[in-house]
Design a protein around this ligand. Structure first.
Ligand code: NAI
Length: 463
């Protein structure tokens, strides 16, 4: 039957398209329902275009300091519009890549907004499609404002990352509310493109989910670059004008106002659970508004699964990738390896980059674990000195008794790449000693990982 599939997936973002590919690889007749471009937030208005813009920001900063490397480039002019257009090309290329993968794997893409119906059915327009094995909900998340204090996204003076990614010009001044991954990355980008940036975070430190040492390193680095960082700050009121916004901010018992041409909301995301027929199918939500799932990612209604952002934190593309693959494998009758949610790397691609896995030092203390922190700063690493990227460090938290890697934190250039050594190590329960056993090439930034491992054993060589 033309309208019958083994698996129907609602949403073609990272979680959904990977579920589709994996299901198709395993011989299941698969359809993806998507109302916009394939690739979701990640490919179109998230991970991919921001990484392109962050690279433009990196080049701008590099050129400004180029003289010190013996390269004279004259005065450096930046043009956000050009960087933005390049980022759009990169994004489009990736979206077309996902389209290609759908074709290659013979996944049917149904264009339109899907509505879940009882009996493992999905309605798109006037057509109803039926899944014999399962329906997977992968509808993702969207940006949100803080309307309670007058900060509703108006797409001109109060924007979200959605609009920031399409600006033709850098705003003269920008207040970023929220110093999670989104806030940190856009503060970095717009500072490099010449905006006066103020970064406001409600919790006591920026990047609050990361290790305190990572937050401190980033706060110092940002301040040095002229980004004003206000942490432990509550925005109590916003006066949104035609060409500027004035924020009332309370921090450390003192009040101040922050004026900016544009406010960028980066205070978290809301999940897309409305108007997709969840209630009609008996699918329940958690107290925090995510779709309630069991260990197998099945919702409260058998035959319906949820993956990616809608299924709960961490709201990260790679967590969605894995959930997509695992659900597809189960629907195909396999028994996949359970997902280790305590081993999902977290990466913020600002400069210097921040990457981590496992517990922070604060969490080790809270859990009263007997641990030792091994550290190695990039200022003592030859490769980092060569490239002038000496900010940051590697920190490995080692369980004293068994040598287990409780957590690892990297701040520095290429941290996003280096973290995977530790991800593989933790996934396979390698000890800190086993990290050192593997010979690390010299000179590389990765040597700092081996040195931090050694430092946790009290025997770092180059420090
Ligand atoms: P987030 O939840 O990671 O960070 C939001 C920050 O805003 C938090 O630190 C929070 O304390 C702060 N905040 C909340 N209300 C505030 C207020 N009224 N005033 C000041 N600060 C306030 O959310 P974000 O950065 O918007 O990202 C959304 C999701 O997307 C996250 O799960 C994030 O991990 C993910 N993401 C991941 C990226 C990556 O992996 N590099 C890049 C961008 C987003």
């Amino acid at each position: 039957m033309a309208n019958q599939f083994d698996v129907i997936i609602l949403g073609g973002g990272p979680a959904g398209y990977v579920a589709a590919i994996r299901a198709a690889q395993l011989g299941l007749a698969t359809a993806v329902v998507e109302k916009e471009k394939l690739g979701g937030v990640c490919v179109n208005i998230g991970c991919i275009p921001t990484k392109a813009l962050l690279h433009s920001a990196y080049i701008a900063r590099l050129l400004k300091d180029a003289k010190e490397f013996g390269v004279e480039v004259g005065s450096v002019k930046t043009d956000y519009g050009v960087a933005m257009k390049r980022s759009r090309q990169v994004s489009d290329q990736n979206s077309r890549g996902v389209e290609f993968l759908m074709k290659k794997n013979k996944v049917t893409v149904i264009k339109g907004a899907g509505l879940l119906q009882p009996g493992k059915k999905v309605k798109v327009g006037s057509d109803v499609y039926e899944a014999t094995k399962g329906v997977i909900v992968a509808t993702g998340s969207r940006v949100k404002g803080i309307p309670q204090i007058g900060l509703e996204i108006n797409k001109s003076t109060v924007i979200s990352s959605d609009e920031a990614l399409f600006l033709e010009k850098t705003p003269t001044s920008l207040a970023v509310i929220g110093a999670g991954a989104v806030g940190m990355e856009f503060a970095d980008i717009f500072n490099a493109f010449g905006a006066k940036v103020t970064l406001i975070e409600a919790l006591p430190r920026i990047l609050p989910i990361e290790d305190p040492e990572a937050s401190d390193t980033l706060a110092k680095s940002y301040k040095k670059r002229g980004i004003e960082v206000i942490a432990g700050a509550k925005v109590t009121k916003a006066n949104v004008g035609k060409d500027k916004v004035v924020l009332d901010v309370e921090a450390g018992g003192a009040r101040q106002t922050v004026e900016a041409a544009v406010v960028l909301m980066a205070a978290g995301r809301a999940v897309n659970t409305e108007n997709i027929g969840l209630k009609e199918c008996g699918i329940q939500l958690t107290d925090r508004g995510f779709i309630k799932v069991d260990q197998r990612l099945q919702t409260t209604t058998p035959g319906y699964y949820a993956i990616g952002d809608v299924a709960g934190p961490p709201m990260l593309a790679h967590k969605g990738f894995r959930e997509g693959a695992v659900v597809a494998e189960r629907l195909a009758g396999h028994t996949p390896h359970p997902i280790r949610y305590d081993n999902v790397p977290s990466v913020t691609y600002c400069h210097p980059e921040v990457a981590s896995i496992g517990l922070t030092e604060e969490q080790c203390k809270e859990r009263k674990l007997d641990y030792v922190a091994g550290k190695f700063p990039f200022s003592a690493n030859g490769r980092a000195r060569g490239t002038g990227e000496t900010e940051g460090l590697v920190k490995i938290l080692r369980d004293k008794k068994y040598g287990e890697i409780l957590g690892a934190h990297i701040v520095g250039a290429h941290a996003s790449e280096m973290i995977h050594e530790l991800a593989v190590a933790r996934e396979n329960e390698y000890t800190v000693e086993e990290i050192d056993l593997a010979i690390h090439a010299h000179p590389t930034m990765s040597e700092a990982v081996a040195e931090a491992a050694l430092d946790s054993l009290g025997r770092a060589i180059h420090m």
